[in-house]
Design a protein around this ligand. Sequence first.
Ligand code: NAP
Length: 263
Amino acid sequence: MARLRGKTALVTGGGSGIGEGVAAAFAREGACVVVTDLDGAAAARVAAAIVAEGGRAVGLAQDVTREQDWDVAIERALGEFGGLSVLVNNAGIAPSADPIETLSLADWRRTMAVNLDGVFLGTRAGIRAMKAGAAGSIINISSVYGLVGTTRAPDYVAAKGAVRLLSKAAALECAEAGYRIRVNSLHPGFIDTPMLERGLAQMSRKGIVPDPATGKAAITGMHPIGRLGTPTDVAAAAIYLASEESAFMTGAELVVDGGYTAR
Ligand code: NAP
């Protein structure tokens, strides 16, 4: 259980859901973890739980849409643990559940700011911090909705699709520059997290599903494997991308979706 020994990882949106699962799993594999989140108290809680289990972690507040927050987070990683070798751009928000026809420009921009600008700023900061290092891995959390479309989420789908190609562009630039940094995108199906619960509640309020439980059952049925994913499912793939086991993978997309996109 030490596939990430010697590595320092920064996980954004690490105070909840997938990010929390990834941060805890990385620590169990021997990584030092900088957990960041818009909610600094949530990040601190996750870091404290890791430390209580014998791991090494710090938690801090970070808004991924703010350039200066990236400077602070990277400096903290370098200062606390002496380097940065893994970055997981995980922070994200759910779509507003409106069709294109009625989606407001403000809502479109809000989704783009967190789900795309945040990943751009993170990828840029990660490359700058890792380029002189021995081996770096940037993992950008996209979605099945970065691979296929859906209704009532044009903002989300557009941002997640852009994350997929931004990751490939960054992978090519790093390889061309001779940096030992790999950049890959990770595409989960529906994962049982607070984001999904909030999304179901919102869909119920807007009359898209009769109630959250019925909506959840319908979404579960879209996964041929017969269940929703868990943060642990995503964390297992993230550990692989963070470790040297995936040394020949860059510019790739790793799909963890219970067969959702296989149809
Ligand atoms: P989650 O439980 O809502 O966790 C996301 C975390 O990101 C929250 O702690 C949230 O903080 C934080 N965050 C939001 N805006 C931020 C910002 N500007 N700066 C820093 N942190 C911010 O969601 P999740 O389900 O774990 O999703 C994590 C990632 O996986 C997202 O990128 C999501 O799009 C992607 N994903 C999720 C699913 C799914 O079905 N759950 C499927 C595919 C992909 P607050 O709670 O304080 O806002």
